[in-house]
Each structure stands twice: as C-alpha cells, then as structure tokens.
Write a protein of this length. Structure first.
Length: 452
C-alpha cells in the first residue's frame, strides 16, 4: 500500500498525490525503497502516473509547496537608465529577476514585476546639454550613446558642462515644463526600444516606474523624517539620516545635496512607501549588482527607522559585476549585438540537424521494464531531491546535470529495436523527462523549442 513508502513523520500528508514530497525529507529512504524491486515498481508507476496526469504541474504542485502558497511578491529588476542603449551588463538583472519572478509565481505567489527606470539626476542632466539642438538624437540610439560618452568625457575636464548639467537637473526638480517635456521624449523612445528587446528575451513587466515618478513624493518623505527627528542638516548644508545606532553620525545616508536637490536614495524611499500603499506587497525583492549592496542596506535601515516593519521583508538579491564595462567611457557591449550573434549561431546549428524532438505520449504504460539502474537514476532525478535541500540558485545546475543524465540514458536505453513493452515504458520515461526539463526551463525564462 501507499504507506510502505512513507516514514512515520509524513503520515499526515496525502502522499498518494504528492510523490514530490518524499525527497524533501530523506534521500536515504529513497535509496532503501529502490533496493526492493516490488516497491520500486510501485514507486515508478505512481511517479509516471503523476507526470502523465499533470505534466505542467509536476515539481510545483505538491502538498509541501502548497503550504508556501499565497501572498504578494513585488520584484524590481532590469531597471536600465533611459536615454541609453540596452547593454549586456543589463542582462544579468533581467534574467535573474525574471527567474525569481517565475519561481515565485510557480510557488503560487501573486507576482508584480516592476521595471524601475533610472536617469533622473546629474547623469541625465548631462545629455540634454548636447542634445537639445540635435533632433536626430531622439531617434538614433547609437548616436545618442556616442553623445553620452562624449559629454561625460567633456564633463571630466570642463566645469561649464558639469554646471549646465546640474542646472538642467535643478530645472527637472522644479518641474519646469520645458525640461520635463524633453525628459518625457527621451523616456518614451527609450521604453519603446526596451520593450522590443524584452520581447526577444521573453520578459514582460506589469509596471514601468522610475525615479522621476517618485520625485514629487520626496518632499513628504523629507517632511516626515524631519518631524520625527531623523533628518539632520550638516554644516555643509546637506540633509542626512544617522545610521550609526549610537547617534554619533559615524555612519549616515545623505538624502539632500547642499543645493537642495534630492539623491537616488531619497527617491527610493519614496518609491518603497508608494509601492507598499499601492500594491500591498508581502515581500519586495530588488535585483541589482553587488555594487549597490550598501545602498540597499541604507534604504532598509531608513525604512525601519521610520517605523515600517515590513522593511524586514525587503531583500536585495545581488550578483557580480560585468568587469571592464563602463557606459560613460563607451566600454560596453550592446545586448542586441550579442543576441544577433547567438541567433545566428543557433540557426546554423539547427539547420545542421533535422531531428524532430517531439515525443508522443502513450495512454497506458507498464513500468516493469524500467528497473535497470539507468532508468531508476533518471526517475530519482525527476524528483529534484537535492535541489530544494540546498539553494534555489542550483536549479540551473540541476537541469544541466539532469540533461546530461538524460543524454546518457538516451544512448543506453534505446527505444527503436526494443521489445514493445520496453519501448513503450522508455517512451513514457523520456516523455516524463521532457516535462520536467520543460517546467524547469520555463521557470528559468527559457523559451522551449520543439525541433533542433
């Protein structure tokens, strides 16, 4: 009976519908089960039945994971700067953030995907200095990129360029219509370009936001910080929040420059408060490179100091930097160039192979032929027993190892030329494998192909 598979502490679960639950608790128990042939056949039968009845839900619909369902997760990722061409360095945040959002959704969370566009500050202020009298820069992204590099080089040696950029930013902060109109033009064109690239990547967003959308809310944030005594004015005229914990200002965050303009963190505080009010999230995840780790530590500290306990459920997922890339110096690789090269190589590989990878399902399967060690090894990996015992980031590694195992099994477990019962059972096994790989690839954000 079904109870022969379960240790006592799992007896409360409806395990007949939840084979995926087994590996969360005991690897050794699975090995013991597989030593008994009769138990192995029963086990494999139920595993394949579950995969055949609900292939898309296998791996994510289980009694154990059901306990984790519910709640709303906001994921902020990608977040490039407007008026810039999409670079390869933006790809990591996009891919990792999309994976996290997909994983949360697969686990039953309501997911809100936010693209928080940058460039409301001194860096954006530099561009209009050169662009205002050159309409071509509004439609030519490559030319716009070249001008961005040029103006940054000029700003390094020309004080007048830096002053002009600072003045333009002050005009934006004062909400002057001419400056805002120019900013809106840049944003509209840039977002259209980004959406085209996101479509190629298979990535979508529920909400496009950005620093500029929250600039008008920064004053209320500053007023609240002042009222609560958290915001202090320094001798230099800047406004800061003490983060030391001892009140000695040994560690602090600057929220206002001496000229009265806001900083990135000021707008991030406003954005976090607005999101909580608007979306009512249960957790918020920021996906950026590790250079912003200190920034998010300051952000979460300020939110907690303001009395917002939900800041404990805000997380920064950091990843390594792409070495040697700098937009301001022009040392970047455009993502579209990378995508075109990858597309060209993949098409070339596909033309050289005419194999149809589609697997046709069979309505009824006898699993008794699948008692050989290779079949059992594949089926154990179908349970993903080690993935959840470690960290979720190993899903990529699991799929790679699993695909290599399947490739080996494909050679050692031939279908063609085998007895009918054996061939049928092996086809069912490979169909199950296909479903598990497909589910994992979807969560990773990889578009599936039917033919290679």
């Amino acid at each position: 009976n079904d109870d022969c598979f379960l240790p006592p502490h799992l007896s409360t679960y409806d395990h007949s519908k939840d084979l995926l639950l087994l590996p969360f608790h005991c690897d050794l128990f699975l090995i013991k089960v597989c030593l008994d042939v009769s138990h192995t056949l029963c086990f494999l039968q139920k595993l394949l039945e579950q995969l055949r009845s609900d292939p898309d839900g296998f791996g994510v619909k289980s009694e154990f994971l059901r306990l984790l369902q519910g709640g709303r997760t906001l994921v902020e990722f990608s977040s490039p700067n407007i008026a810039k061409k999409f670079h390869a360095e933006h790809l990591r945040s996009t891919i990792i953030g999309n994976f996290i959002a997909n994983l949360k959704k697969a686990l039953g969370k309501e997911v809100i995907r936010v693209n928080y566009l940058g460039a409301w500050g001194m860096q954006f202020g530099k561009l209009p200095v050169t662009v205002i009298n050159n309409a071509m820069l509004f439609i030519d992204s490559v030319l716009r990129e070249a001008v961005y590099v040029q103006v940054n080089r000029e700003a390094e040696r020309d004080e007048s360029v830096r002053s002009a950029a600072a003045e333009f930013f002050r005009r934006l902060e004062r909400r002057e219509e001419q400056a805002l109109a120019l900013w809106r033009q840049f944003r509209e064109i840039t977002v259209d370009e980004y959406k085209r690239i996101y479509q190629r990547l298979g990535v979508d967003f529920d909400h496009y936001s950005g620093e500029a959308f929250h600039q008008s809310q920064t004053q209320s944030v500053l007023d609240e910080l002042t009222t609560t005594g958290l915001l202090k004015t320094t001798e230099k005229g800047t406004a800061v929040v003490d983060l030391s914990g001892a009140g000695d200002m040994s560690s602090y965050a600057t929220l206002v420059r001496s000229d009265g303009t806001s900083l990135y963190i000021t707008r991030d505080v406003a954005a976090a408060l607005d999101r909580k009010q608007r979306f009512g999230f249960d957790e918020m995840i920021y996906v950026t490179d590790k250079s912003q780790t200190g920034h998010f530590q300051q952000l979460f500290h300020i939110l907690r100091a303001m009395g917002h306990q939900w800041a404990e459920r805000c997380v920064h997922v950091a990843f390594g930097l792409v070495q040697g890339m700098s937009t301001r110096r022009g040392e970047v690789v455009f993502l579209e160039d990378v995508l075109e090269e990858a597309r060209s190589r993949m098409l070339n590989n596909m033309r050289q192979s005419s194999k149809d990878m589609r697997v046709r399902r069979t309505p009824a399967v006898t699993v008794s032929p699948l008692v050989d060690s290779r079949s059992v090894s594949v089926l154990q990996h179908l349970l993903i027993r080690r993935v959840f015992k470690r960290v979720s980031g190993l899903m990529q590694m699991f799929l790679c190892v699993f695909s290599h195992l399947v490739s080996s099994a494909h050679r050692e477990l031939p279908v063609k030329g085998s007895a009918a019962a054996v061939a049928q059972a092996r086809l069912c096994l490979f169909s199950a494998v296909r479903s598990v790989l497909a589910n994992g690839m979807r969560i990773l954000g990889i578009t599936l192909v039917e033919k290679m």
